[in-house]
Design a protein around this ligand. Structure first.
Ligand SMILES: [Zn+2]
Length: 299
């Protein structure tokens, strides 16, 4: 297993196998890529572009791809998948990010959710395609990732939302169709609590079964603006890491706003001596060895 830091600032965290920097998160703000970090780029989730180009926002009978859509509860604003100018600009951007960093980890590669996008351009493209609605959406998503692949010379990892069953119907994502273009997949499993590890373990098992490339999962440690009382506890994070890890996934990333929050997280896990002992028979020595390594770094 490999373990990564996953941060909103351009700062590596000692003790991880690799570092992933959010150069363009879904809020849409862009920061320069770092030569010694991987770059995380959210494509169609983009609050800044949605604000500058409201005419590009994804449309559906359930409402637009906006945070204000309470029928679908989006965490960020989402653009139509087929805006030619935006697609082209993002291809050039991703190529540049790849050149200036260790590789690209994508998020938000897909249609917003069920029923998106029914803007006039999408309707016309679908009708001309002669395909079913769902097959047309899959074709748009897959072909765009094929174009991205042509621009990325280094590592390309495709981020997925944690829905192993309905990603095709909801997002136009076909895991098998995307696999040839991906060096790995990253399933984001962000939550403010991991109090019930059984569910996360089930998702890890499901994705490991379905995906034909290495599978990373991303866990939530501390997000921007979080109340420290409302983030997952170190105990929960250690337990869920071990239980997901034992399902054969290939790595875990830990998300935090700041690198210093991950250092605090490392210290907190090192201090959980009893729990670390108790987890020895759980079947995932890799996670416990990672925490052992941290003893020398933060202890
Ligand atoms: Zn559209």
């Amino acid at each position: 297993m490999r373990f990564g830091s996953y941060v909103f600032e351009p700062k590596k965290v000692p003790g991880f196998d690799f570092d992933l920097f959010r150069v363009k998160p879904e809020v849409g703000r862009r920061q320069p890529p770092q030569p010694d970090m991987y770059s995380n780029v959210a494509i169609f989730g983009d609050n800044v572009t949605a604000r500058n180009h409201p005419e590009w926002v994804s449309q559906s009978e359930y409402g637009p791809g906006l945070r204000t859509n309470e029928r679908q509860n989006f965490r960020w604003d989402i653009l139509c998948h087929t805006v030619p100018e935006f697609r082209e600009e993002m291809l050039n951007y991703i190529e540049d990010v790849d050149r200036r960093s260790m590789g690209v980890w994508l998020n938000s590669i897909h249609f917003a959710d069920y029923g998106h996008c029914i803007c006039p351009r999408c309707k016309e493209k679908w009708q001309k395609s002669g395909l079913s609605w769902l097959e047309w959406r899959k074709k748009e998503v897959t072909e765009y990732i094929a174009q991205v692949r042509e621009r990325v010379n280094k590592e390309l990892v495709i981020g997925l939302l944690p829905d192993p069953v309905n990603s095709y119907e909801r997002f136009g994502i076909d895991f098998d169709a995307l696999a040839p273009y991906a060096d790995a997949f990253n399933v984001v499993m962000f939550s403010k609590t991991y109090a019930t590890p059984w569910y996360w373990e089930m998702l890890s098992r499901a994705f490991k079964k379905l995906l034909k490339k290495p599978v990373y999962i991303s866990l939530y440690v501390y997000g921007p603006g979080d109340n420290p009382k409302e983030v997952p506890s170190p105990e929960e994070l250690l337990m869920v890491s071990v239980r997901c890890g034992r399902q054969g996934i290939d790595g875990i990333l830990y998300l935090a706003d700041k690198a210093s929050q991950l250092v605090d997280f490392q210290k907190a896990l090192v201090d959980k001596v009893e729990l670390r002992q108790r987890l020895k028979n759980y079947g995932c020595p890799e996670v416990l060895e990672l925490v052992e390594r941290w003893e020398d770094i933060v202890g």
